[in-house]
Design a protein around this ligand. Sequence first.
Ligand code: AMP
Length: 190
Amino acid sequence: MLNLVFFGKPGAGKGTQAAIIKEKFNLVHLSTGDLFRYNMKNDTPLGQLAKSYIDAGNLVPDQVTIDMLEDAVLKNKDAKGFIFDGFPRTDAQAEALDELMKRLQMKIDATIALEADDDILVERLLNRGLTSGRSDDQDESKIRNRFDEYTAKTAPLRSFYTEQSKFHEIQGVGSVDEITSRILTVIESL
Ligand code: AMP
């Protein structure tokens, strides 16, 4: 099995790269942002609950997110591995993911962090907002709030994974192919 966490600020390219790496290794790509957006589009109770947080650029509460993620993993028990994209984003989520992995006799092999400057990310997100229709991509103050959430709650996970010798940082600026090959170098080193 190969289980990867894709880590990085909004706009760092996690989703783009996850879609490519998933194909190469036949993995299941679980994006909590995509799962929330699917639920919002279908107006499910979960989608209704998540909407106000997402629209404001705040994190959805931990237990809601953890339950949703666990459910998605359990639905894909026969997978060759997973890419967790946008999860974990808090200490509690990281602990819950480790516990889930243990319970299923699985483990996280690596956390791959995509790095880029805020100004580049804001530009990418505003551009994406022109076509994605995502309200959280269309307003610079919401984007900056997502960065603040990341800095306060998600960035500290760097030490959580560094302590487990699983944190691999790569430069997230360059062509899509260049970034993919940086990720492949990390995977080959595992
Ligand atoms: P993303 O598509 O990963 O940028 O996520 C979009 C939004 O969904 C975030 O700004 C949060 O509101 C919510 N979200 C996605 N993943 C998580 C998570 N792991 N924990 C809490 N909220 C999340």
